[in-house]
Design a protein around this ligand. Structure first.
Ligand SMILES: Nc1ncnc2c1ncn2[C@@H]1O[C@H](COS(=O)(=O)NC(=O)[C@@H](N)CS)[C@@H](O)[C@H]1O
Ligand SMILES: [Zn+2]
Length: 418
């Protein structure tokens, strides 16, 4: 699948320290890089209601990680999927009287535009689930052959004697090692996030769907020995990560609403397929962005869309700055005031950088690097720039090169083009 144009990334003298991130699985602050090249798998959108502020916060956060990793001397191999087939997409298409493929195409195009406007560096590989389905069939058959997965009769399938296929979570001794939820905690969110705990014939209520036999009116693909049907959600990310990056990946990224079941399950599937004892060196999660007291989500429909703000003439750099002003690890509420503050901050920075000199900026660049290398502490990075700008505006400065150095650092490290 086509991604979007890569923004120019200026060179900045020096380099960031080794980046450390808070790993959800261990709870520890760990180095994001475990070798020279860093492999990064970030879950992509399910293409409808794109691109709301929650999506944008997530992709800007992992864009920041990619930028500071490159700046610290690590090439990054970045892969992202698109869940362009799944129940929620089919349900939304149904609700809006659209063909699900048209809905996906329209929303992916909008997402590309928004990512481009927000100066998000595209993944090296951008894979749709639909185009990748042929690569899921073999691995699912292998999971069955190796005893990790089993068939459940599907009496409502369109073909007599058809079966769905489920992953047996009781076979995985490390199940729960990502979310650290107990069974009750898992059961609390499993159903609302795509699980089917009450499905007849499953060995364990938390077992996850790997392959769904064709039902009347649903799209279907050739599943070879699995029969005609379509893949489950979690196996998609496990297979794409395995095929395009290898398991373990260095970093698995996503929002905190993916910790369970999605990253727990894709980790279980990926470890079973690869034989690796871990799915990722670290799991990094973006806190939930809300609006008016509730998580911004499609089901609630309380969405602030990047494209709508852009259409109203809001500078995408102000949107990005508003997102960077909040630490990625915390949940937070989007307010219009935050956008106004970000616009004001951008104006102040632009004015301070427009002079033909300024205070020496080397320390400011070091402070930005140190903040981002410390679990992507973007609020602290922005405060360093605020200090330089207020000094430049109040006392001026005699370093003619300072605005250029700092302007390039803002672009390369924060993705903020002045
Ligand atoms: N309100 C929110 N705040 C922060 N991140 C969010 C919010 N809503 C969704 N996200 C994140 O945005 C990304 C895309 O979400 S999504 O469109 O629902 N798609 C999916 O979760 C799957 N396609 C992942 S394979 C996910 O990482 C999700 O955790
Ligand atoms: Zn995913």
């Amino acid at each position: 699948m086509r991604s979007w144009p890569t923004p120019f990334i200026p060179k900045v003298p020096g380099r960031a320290p080794e980046v450390r991130v808070r790993d959800t699985a261990s709870g520890e602050l760990v180095p994001a890089a475990r070798g020279e090249v860093v492999t990064l798998y970030v879950c992509g959108i399910t293409p409808y209601d794109a691109t709301h502020m929650g999506h944008a916060a997530t992709y800007v956060t992992f864009d920041l990680l990619g930028r500071v990793l490159r700046d610290s001397g690590h090439p990054v191999r970045y892969v992202q999927n698109i869940t362009d087939i799944d129940d929620p997409l089919l349900e939304r298409a149904e609700r809006d009287g659209l063909d699900w493929r048209d809905l996906a195409t329209r929303e992916i195009a909008l997402f590309r535009e928004d990512m481009t406007a927000l100066a998000v560096i595209p993944p090296d590989e951008y894979l749709g689930a639909v185009e990748s389905i042929p690569t899921f069939v073999g691995p699912i058959e292998k999971l069955v052959a190796d005893g990790w997965a089993y068939a459940v009769p599907a009496p409502d399938a369109s073909r007599e004697g058809a079966h769905d296929v489920y992953f047996d979570v009781s076979r995985d001794p490390r199940f729960g090692s990502v979310s650290h939820l107990d069974e009750a905690g898992m059961m609390e969110v499993f159903a609302e996030r795509g699980g089917d705990p009450d499905r007849e014939g499953k060995r364990n209520r938390l077992d996850a769907l790997l392959w769904r036999a064709h039902r009347e009116g649903e799209p279907e693909w050739d599943g070879a020995g699995l029969g005609s049907g379509r893949p489950g959600w979690h196996i998609e990310c496990a297979c794409i990560a395995l095929d395009h990056l290898g398991i373990p990946v260095d970093v698995q990224g996503g929002g905190t609403d993916l910790v369970f079941p999605h990253h727990e399950m894709s980790s279980a599937h990926g470890r079973a397929l690869s034989g690796s004892s871990s799915f990722a060196g670290s799991f990094v999660h973006q806190g939930m962005v809300g609006l008016d007291g509730e998580k911004m989500s499609k089901s609630k429909g309380n969405l602030v869309l990047v494209s709508r703000l852009r259409r109203d003439g809001v500078d995408p750099m102000a949107i990005r700055l508003a997102l960077l002003a909040r630490h990625h690890a915390h949940d937070w509420m989007w307010t219009h005031d935050q956008l106004l503050e970000a616009q004001q901050r951008l104006e102040t920075w632009r004015e301070a950088l427009s002079g033909n000199g300024g205070p020496v900026a080397d320390q400011t660049v070091d402070d930005i690097r140190a903040a981002l290398a410390d679990d992507l502490d973007s609020p602290r990075a922005l405060e360093a720039v605020d200090r330089w700008a207020s000094q430049a505006l109040s006392r001026g400065g005699d370093d003619p090169g300072a605005p250029g150095v700092l302007g390039r650092a803002l672009d390369a490290l924060l993705g903020i083009r002045i």
